[in-house]
Design a protein. Structure first.
Length: 117
């Protein structure tokens, strides 16, 4: 079952948003898109996120957004993506995470490595 932490995705500029049907099988390959809010820019958050993602065997990217959030896109097995999401929310990341909004979709398979943008 897909999940999202906001009841109104259009509030976040996600026009045309629709819930995707994504496998909940822990071994299935999925794409996690997460928007991290709080004091997360200029504190090593992107580097830390990339390190966690690589440890989990994920591919994707992490980048600062102009509104102060950080966007994370990760693909890999669902259990690894869930572990990354838990790490983002876990309180050990640099800075201060106030909220993480997530979106799950099917993996596209178009990502290589894990890059900071």
């Amino acid at each position: 079952m897909p999940s999202s932490r906001t009841s109104d995705p259009s509030r976040r500029g996600l026009t045309g948003y629709r819930r995707a049907t994504v496998s909940t099988d822990p071994g299935s390959t999925v794409r996690l898109i997460a928007w991290v809010e709080g004091f997360v820019q200029g504190v090593g958050f992107r580097w830390w996120t990339r390190s966690r993602a690589l440890e989990l065997g994920l591919v994707g990217s992490v980048r600062n957004l102009t509104d102060g959030r950080v966007a994370v896109v990760a693909e890999g097995d669902r259990a690894a993506c869930e572990a990354l999401l838990a790490a983002l929310r876990g309180g050990r990341a640099p800075g201060a995470v106030r909220q993480v909004v997530e979106q799950w979709t099917d993996a596209k398979g178009d990502l290589r490595g894990f890059v900071e943008g």
